[in-house]
Design a protein around this ligand. Structure first.
Ligand code: NAG
Ligand code: NAG
Ligand code: NAG
Ligand code: NAG
Ligand code: ZN
Length: 956
């Protein structure tokens, strides 16, 4: 859940209780034992201002809870009444017990002696330590270990309105009446809002829940309802079967008028709940078909039955998190569980994939998190790492045609790397303040942990790993565990399968779990040896990981073997080339399918051999490793200086034959550098031509336009090829977008075109009509889009029309719009850049009162490349500075930008012009129509990734 919550800042704490410490114990007359009469106020365990720890003291434990809640949510009333009877056991001598509660009012605490069957204190005194949510109850005497007591606590509260704790939600029904419901979200520390309890993940107890609610509503919870009784005041009492011995954060209940649909093909009865409209429209039907096969598959591979008699999945309109794995009652924000039958085929396909993966994530938790849970949030990854890994792995067994494991490559590992660079913490990371616990639900707890677990599955092989998980789950069944227990289960299975193996999993795995970061593995040819070495990337504090290394070489091009060939437990290791099947100048690919959680830094010799192989016959190297090479190439070029700009062109050169979109996705960074740095230089046109030669073979086959229901891989390949091509002065692309735009303009087409490309070649009278439209009307349709993209035009006369309007104070353009028109011009083509620069050079005096010149110049500096443009731009900058239009600070910032560009130019330009056969870098004929294209496609693919990220981040 918790990434979302982090954004909300600290959890709001409202104190309903005004419990000034009570000095005297109230003694119940019924007991009448004078010896209790004048018990002095107990010694404080805590300094009330600053208790030493947020952890509960270990002097008592809960055995069973009987929780009764009464609500009138069916009437839109948010108040609730509560009673909890907790059977506790004293485990260390004490005269106080400590529980959690927050945001509820306690009205009475009774203490009962179950042996005497007597109320020994009918109104106990207690302290509330608000900063820690502690309820410290004074006991009448000091008790010895093994004493059993019963706490009977009456309280009341209000349903919260953020989607956490015991909270209210609402929806509008088909008669447009607002209907309210009550629901829960307790992870990490919100069970204490529904009842006083021992709210820590390592503390388990059986829970008996009873809910009193309106007759028109039903209540569902973790377990099945075993009784319904009418009350005298016309309500219903729903009694639930006892839960397994479980932790408080997994308790859940919903009081609503929701409907449900039964799941199909499931050993365990499962139901999908949602608002009556959602269920009636069949929006739960897809989920109803997937929950069964996924749960069955988990039982099958883990060889442990799901322990409850039912499983419900509920789609909620209000929920603070994406989904939550409560034992037997998984809750989801509606969009994560329902499928609208009206979606297009492509949207439906992707929504189905998302439902499969989220359902799988939460069902996996029933084992990893619910059956076995971490002793403390330090090991949150024992829940989330498995749920994240298996959310791809289990679907790959049930729906292999969707190739769900590829998300590991295209998305998961990269999020893990990003999260695990500077300032990250280790997978095992202790924190106890409730406000900090949310940070455990992050890219380390989810993504990195998933990658590390997957790496060990491949190291051990799948069947051995699964057997080890079975040992782990069986040995710790319904208990709390630490990573040591996981390692032990895995080690047992490993030793059975490979007697005499030398792997000490506890040491090896802790090297990944206890140290932050990931290793960069350098591979260097050294004489007749290969040297493998490691360091944490990007910054090392001397971390050494125990790294399993896999590879394929020319002599041994087997990409199917994912068990390690070399184990690198030290900083560096030298291996005889012959021993591992490497011959000088062969290609070599390390980290097959990116199973290892590391990046690779090849030396120049290996890079050149690998790039040569891509050009000769790329299919010899498997798909994911080709993509991985492109990812690592970017680092090799920009960070390690192993390769140069000519190598960059050489690696892009094979793209005419690359028909897997992962490689295109990873080639993007290298391509972008070249595109941006060559913009406006004499070789740009050659480069654009080079790129078009790579995209054309694909676009000839795929066409420029997709169709609904198209294979998503094919659609994605087209989207990359089209993006690169349209950015590279592709007239076919521009004419096509222009056609769609003109259809829209004539009222016969939709807004399905790229504004910038559509404007490239458009002629009068249309161009002028748009310019007149935006400069005369304040509600010209899509005015902002046109303002940003009119400058994309590749026609000088069009650009001149724009420049006149920018200076024309008689039109209704705002100053921001004038800036946007100018920015659209200099950022989208060399022609636009030159035109805009000349314009500023000649008209900066009148312009300075209209637009923010320093801002425009700083932004423009980012597009200046090559000696010729730099010289011209500098000239203008100096004029502006002399005319007091730029401050010293502006001037300095601009100079820095130009220096970076010049430095790049000096280092790389000669290689590139040589590559394209231009002899002189400075006298090359300037091109007329280079173009970078504002790319809707780029932003589209980024949006996809971001949406996916926020989706996955918000799942618990
Ligand atoms: C209670 O015991 C657990 C497990 O041994 C320990 O981690 C925790 O710190 C203890 N709590 C306190 C307040 O000492
Ligand atoms: C319990 O004690 C408190 C404080 O001494 C008092 O205000 C309250 O009325 C008592 N409640 C009952 C039910 O006796
Ligand atoms: C539903 O009611 C709200 C006000 O309660 C109103 O604004 C809205 O237009 C109504 N919707 C429909 C579909 O009638
Ligand atoms: C759903 O299953 C329950 C028993 O598990 C059954 O009583 C009920 O009739 C089923 N509902 C439908 C619509 O099939
Ligand atoms: Zn989770």
């Amino acid at each position: 859940m918790l990434w979302l919550k982090v954004a909300f800042g600290a959890i709001l704490m409202v104190n309903f209780v005004c419990s000034s410490p009570v000095d005297k114990l109230y003694l119940d007359n019924e007991i009448g034992e004078t010896k209790f009469k004048s018990i002095p106020k107990s010694d404080k365990l805590y300094n009330l201002d600053d208790p030493a720890t947020y952890r509960l003291p270990n002097n008592s434990i809960p055995v069973e809870y009987y929780i009764t809640l009464e609500t009138n949510i069916h009437e839109g009333d948010f108040n609730f009444l509560g009673n909890v009877i907790i059977h506790i056991k004293i485990v260390e001598e004490t005269n106080q017990v400590t529980l959690h509660y927050r945001q509820i009012s306690i009205t009475r605490i009774e203490i009962i002696d179950p042996v005497l069957q007597l109320v020994i204190v009918s109104n106990a005194t207690y302290n509330y330590i608000e900063s820690h949510d502690f309820l410290v109850i004074d006991l009448p005497i000091t008790y010895q270990p093994d004493t059993e007591l019963i706490l009977n606590i009456d309280y009341n509260g209000k349903l919260r309105d953020e989607g956490a704790g015991f909270y209210w939600g609402s929806y509008n029904n088909s008669q447009n009446e607002t209907k309210y419901y009550g629901a829960t979200q307790f992870e990490t520390t919100d069970a204490r809002h529904a009842m006083p309890c021992y709210d820590e993940p390592g503390i388990r107890a059986v829970m008996h829940l009873t809910i009193i609610h309106g007759k028109s509503y039903t209540a569902i919870a973790n377990t099945e309802a075993v009784g319904h009784y009418d009350t005298v005041d016309g309500k219903v009492v729903t009694v639930f079967a006892p839960t397994p011995k479980m932790q408080t954060y997994l308790l859940a209940f919903i009081i609503s008028d929701f409907d449900h649909v039964n799941a199909t093909n499931s050993r365990v009865p499962q139901r999908i709940f949602g608002t009556p409209k959602v269920i009636e429209e069949g929006q739960g039907d897809y989920a109803a078909t997937v929950v069964g096969p996924i749960l069955d598959k988990l039982e099958e591979i883990l060889h442990i039955e799901y322990p409850l008699s039912k499983m419900d999945h509920a789609a909620l309109t209000k929920f603070d998190s994406g989904a939550m794995e409560n034992f037997g009652l998984i809750t989801y924000i509606e969009r994560n569980l329902v499928l609208n039958p009206a979606l297009s085929l492509s949207a439906k396909y992707s929504q189905q994939g998302s439902i499969i993966s989220i359902v799988a994530h939460e069902l996996v938790h029933q084992w990893f998190g619910n059956i076995v849970s971490p002793t403390w949030w330090t090991y949150t990854w024992l829940n989330e790492g498995f749920a994240t890994f298996f959310a791809s792995y289990i679907p790959s067994l049930v729906y292999p045609e969707r190739r769900p494991m590829r998300s590991f490559f295209s998305y998961l590992t990269f999020v893990a790397f990003m999260s695990d660079e500077d300032g990250s913490w280790a997978m095992n990371h202790y924190t106890e303040d409730p406000k900090e616990l949310d940070s455990k639900f992050d890219g380390i707890g989810y993504h990195k942990s998933a990658c590390v677990l997957r790496m060990f599955m491949e190291v051990m092989t799948e069947p051995v790993f699964l057997k080890g998980l079975n040992y782990y789950l069986t040995d710790n069944y319904m208990k709390a565990a630490t990573p040591t227990q996981l390692h032990k289960g895995l080690q047992t299975a490993l030793d059975e399968a490979f007697p005499g193996n030398l792997l000490d999993l506890n040491t090896i795995m802790y090297s990944w779990e206890d140290q932050a970061g990931y290793p960069l593995i350098s591979v260097n040819v050294s004489g007749t040896n290969l040297v493998f070495s490691q360091r944490r990337y990007p910054k090392s504090n001397g971390e050494i990981y125990s790294v399993p290394i896999t590879f394929a070489t020319k002599t041994n091009p087997d990409f199917a073997v994912r068990t390690p060939k070399v184990w690198l437990p030290t900083a560096s290791m030298s291996v005889d080339q012959k021993l591992i099947g490497y011959t000088a100048n062969d290609w070599m690919i390390v980290n097959i399918d990116q199973v290892g959680y590391y990046r690779v830094d090849y030396d120049t010799t290996l890079w050149r051999a690998n790039i040569e192989q891509l050009n000769k016959d790329h299919k010899v190297i498997n798909e994911l490793n080709r993509a991985l090479l492109l990812d690592e190439f970017y680092l090799a070029w920009t960070q390690f200086n192993r390769v140069n700009a000519a190598d960059a062109l050489n690696i892009l050169n094979y793209f005419g034959k690359e028909d897997e979109n992962n490689a295109w996705a990873r080639g993007q960074t290298t391509y972008n550098i070249l595109k941006n740095r060559l913009f406006g230089t004499p070789v740009y046109e050659k480069f654009a031509e080079f790129i078009r030669a790579k995209t054309k073979p694909h676009l000839d086959i795929l066409g420029y336009e997709g169709f609904d229901g198209e294979d998503p891989d094919r659609a994605s390949l087209r989207s990359y090829a089209k993006q690169w091509s349209c950015q590279s002065i592709d007239r076919d692309c521009y004419l096509l977008e222009q056609q769609k735009f003109i259809a829209y303009y004539n009222g016969s087409g939709g807004l399905n075109f790229n504004f910038c490309y559509a404007m490239k070649l458009v002629e009068d009278p249309i161009y002028t009509q748009i310019v007149i439209g935006i400069t005369t009307s304040s509600n010209f349709p899509n005015r902002a889009e046109f303002v940003r993209n009119l400058g994309c035009s590749l026609r000088v006369d069009n650009l001149n029309v724009l420049l006149l309007e920018i200076l024309n104070s008689g039109n209704n353009l705002s100053n921001i719009e004038r800036e946007n028109l100018l920015t659209g011009m200099f950022s989208n083509s060399e022609l636009g850049l030159k035109t805009a620069l000349k314009f500023i050079d000649e008209s900066y005096t009148p312009l300075s009162s209209i637009i923010d010149l320093p801002k425009i110049m700083s932004s423009m500096a980012g597009y200046i490349n090559g000696e010729e443009m730099t010289a011209k731009f500098r000239e203008t900058v100096e004029k502006l500075k002399a005319g007091q239009h730029l401050s010293d600070a502006n001037h300095l910032a601009i100079s820095k930008t130009l220096e970076t560009s010049e430095k790049w130019f000096t280092t790389n330009y000669k290689d590139i012009s040589d590559y394209f056969g231009l002899d002189d870098t400075t006298t090359g004929v300037p091109s007329t129509t280079p173009d970078s294209g504002t790319s809707v496609l780029i932003s589209f693919s980024l949006i996809c990734l971001c949406t996916l990220m926020s989706l996955i981040r918000s799942i618990k």
